[in-house]
Design a protein around this ligand. Sequence first.
Ligand code: PGA
Length: 252
Amino acid sequence: MSRRPFIAANWKMNKTVSEAVSFVEAFLPLVISVSDADIVIAPTFISLSSMASKLKGTNVLLSAQNCFYEEKGAFTGEVSPVQLKDLGCDYVIIGHSERRQFFSDTDDVVNKKIKSALKNGLKVIMCIGETLAERNGNQTFDVLKRQIVGGLKDVELKDIVVAYEPVWAIGTGVTATPEQAQEAHRFIRSEIKSLYGEGASEAVRILYGGSVTPETVDSLMLLADVDGALVGGASMKPESFSKIVGFKRFGG
Ligand code: PGA
């Protein structure tokens, strides 16, 4: 089955509102002719509103980087999926390893956030991935399985994109080798098959994330089970991110 490529920028806690808007102004003309991939940008909460007006009617979708699972109420500092949907977000990233590491997003919290996001009409980029210690301890598959089963408990798969981001490859300049990426992606697809069946597992898009650059994207996108990329550092400049969006198509 051919799955539509999905290339997403995760800006993390970078860029002011004006920097975000300048990026979009420079970036949109560079990707205007791209119609064969989903292009998504996830700025910080403060830029979402300005970005939503800039991206409306374009071929670039908007994502938040996180949300809370409650819809409203006394949760100082949090942002709800209802609010994200209202201001024009298409996606929300849930379970990024930095959230898991620094903000106690356990598999149970990830699961609650995914359910609430879907219920409120957002699509979800669910991140999973092992740490270096877990990889060295031969626990990669156990960790991925636990994160998949825990995060997706009682969840419909239709509006979910999975991002495999080995923690040791994030922001380190060390990209997983094509063999490591394909092995993990294959495993993730087989776990999804046992939960949701063959059709769903063939349809679900699995992104790779972790030090993806314009130089490494082609070899990753060639892999049978890699359907896209979630890009941090190399998504910060319009030229660099547009080159990633312009990865070499099969036969192209
Ligand atoms: P990186 O970040 O591309 O800078 O490694 C990826 C991510 O954390 O989503």
